[in-house]
Design a protein around this ligand. Structure first.
Ligand code: SF4
Length: 157
């Protein structure tokens, strides 16, 4: 994990504010993006989104970003790719059972979420399974089209 990313992730309150501003900005741009066409905008946005989020969060472009609900900590960096955590395997020292040298990302997510003011409560939400068909898409565009809210049959939000 990069040093800049680590520095920023340990400032969840700053990150949640930046998230909130960018979220409102994207919503405001929605009519323009719709005119451009969601597919075309998706192609344009993938690169800058991946660049910034990879640097800051080790993002792997799952296409359904829930960072603000997980303490501004990417759930896909969990070796098990869990969208809800932690699993039952956290070690006594707070490290991961799969990678003993790594701190459990869910322990970090919870600790960071408690320092947040805008989205702290969302940490307790149960997240639906990740839709692998959205991998590689811009999560910003999937948020605008609502693709990130679609869940498998039988799953209640
Ligand atoms: S939740 Fe998905 S889109 Fe958001 S940072 Fe993690 S991999 Fe990237």
């Amino acid at each position: 994990m990069g040093t800049i990313g680590q520095y920023l992730r340990n400032r969840p309150r700053l990150l949640e504010r930046l998230y909130s501003i960018s979220h409102r900005g994207i919503l405001r741009l929605s009519p323009l993006i719709e005119k451009i066409g969601f597919e075309r905008a998706d192609r344009w946005l993938q690169f800058p989104e991946e660049l910034t989020k990879r640097l800051m969060f080790d993002c792997t472009m799952c296409g359904q970003c829930i960072l603000h609900s997980t303490g501004m900590t990417c759930p896909m960096t969990c070796p098990k790719n869990l969208r809800n955590g932690p699993c039952g395997g956290v070690r006594e020292d707070g490290n991961c059972e799969v990678k003993p040298e790594m701190r459990c990302i869910w322990v970090e997510a919870f600790e960071r979420s408690q320092r947040m003011t805008l989205y702290r409560q969302e940490m307790m939400d149960i997240q639906p399974p990740v839709n692998r068909q959205l991998e590689g898409d811009s999560a910003w565009i999937n948020m605008l089209t609502g693709a990130d809210q679609r869940v498998s049959d039988g799953w209640d939000r």
